[in-house]
Design a protein around this ligand. Structure first.
Ligand SMILES: [Zn+2]
Length: 335
């Protein structure tokens, strides 16, 4: 399978994040990519598709904020990584927010996603990596893998969060539609609900979002991913949430996967995008499913049985030592 990667994604390296009430080392490390690269073999460089595909998903003001946030943080006399400490929640409306702390609050939903000096560069090339792998699939490859880092699925049209700054899967979906594809299905199999992707396409009937994830009553991102979220307007019925309890193993996972795949089949997409997170792994340090390395091949084989042109976009996975083997198992099952 053709795999895409760009070294500039290593530029994103925050030092700490707020997790369970304490500042802890940032879990979404550059070493994650190293583990995957060592396991999957040769990769192709990403081509630069410019900012237009990013603007098709994210708002102009959000992109401008993200581009300058760390510079603005330093200009305000701060050291280290930029992170918010106050969020608008109820009174979320357009305001001429001058202070960097206010803008960090307005454009984020958590304190686990600091902006470092290299965040824009890494996120930009993550999106370009997704677009480059998409290009291979649109040109006729049955499947391609975009090693995106930082991940993207928690990031919405105008907010960051959950280690995500640009929504790589959503950017690829919009680009596919701009290239003439009529219907795109996004299957999100990360441990966490892909709230950003869901939000972006919530009122759209041409993009199906189906997600299997930890029950958000117990796990991040808490406020999205519940079964009664089904889309709205033209998108009603084009969002499918399949939360599973903590401790779910392959036997518990496969029936949910079959439900998701039946929905994908009924939707009849001409492109399938898989938001693949390996944080469903039994040994993941921040998650609570029990999927084993060999199970990923079984999951991927069922996805491949749909026979759809498939773009795989990397999302989470924090058991760094096993991450490469988990990704390789998934890609092997897909091909
Ligand atoms: Zn995750």
């Amino acid at each position: 399978m053709r795999c895409f990667w760009d070294d500039r994604q290593l530029a994103h390296a925050p030092s700490v994040e707020l997790h369970n009430g304490a500042f802890v080392p940032f879990a979404e490390t550059a070493s994650r990519a190293g583990s995957i690269l060592a396991a999957i073999g040769p990769t192709e460089a990403a081509a630069d598709h410019g900012e237009a595909p990013l603007r098709a998903v994210h708002s102009e003001d959000y992109l401008a904020f993200l581009w300058s946030a760390h510079k603005d943080w330093r200009a305000a006399g701060r050291a280290g990584d930029a992170s918010g400490y106050a969020w608008p929640v109820v009174r979320r409306r357009p305001l001429a927010l001058d202070r960097i702390d206010a803008r960090l609050g307005a454009y984020s939903f958590d304190a686990s996603s600091p902006i470092a000096a290299g965040t824009w560069e890494a996120a930009y090339w993550g999106a370009q990596t997704a677009l480059s792998a998409l290009g291979a699939v649109l040109a006729g490859e049955r499947a391609a893998f975009a090693l995106c880092r930082p991940p993207g699925h928690h990031c919405g049209r105008d907010y960051l969060g959950g280690y995500c700054y640009l929504n790589n899967a959503a950017i690829a979906a919009e680009a596919a539609i701009a290239a003439g594809r009529q219907r795109v299905a996004i299957l999100d199999v990360d441990y966490h609900h892909g709230n950003g992707t869901q939000d972006i396409f919530y009122d759209r009937g041409d993009v199906l979002f189906a997600s299997i994830h930890a029950d958000p009553l117990l796990d991040y991102p808490f406020f999205w991913g519940h079964e009664d979220e089904i889309g709205e307007g033209e998108g009603e019925g084009a969002t499918l949430n399949l939360p599973l309890p903590r401790g779910s193993d392959l036997a518990a996972y496969l029936p949910a996967l079959d439900v998701a795949l039946e929905r994908v089949t009924a939707f009849a997409p001409d492109l399938l995008i898989v938001s693949y997170g390996a944080d469903t792994f039994a040994g993941d340090p921040i998650s609570h499913f029990r999927i084993e390395t060999g199970d990923y091949a079984a999951i991927a084989r069922r996805i491949a049985s749909l026979g759809k042109p498939t773009l795989v976009v990397m999302e989470g996975g924090y058991a760094v030592d096993a991450l490469g083997a988990n990704v390789a198992s998934f890609l092997e099952g897909l091909s």
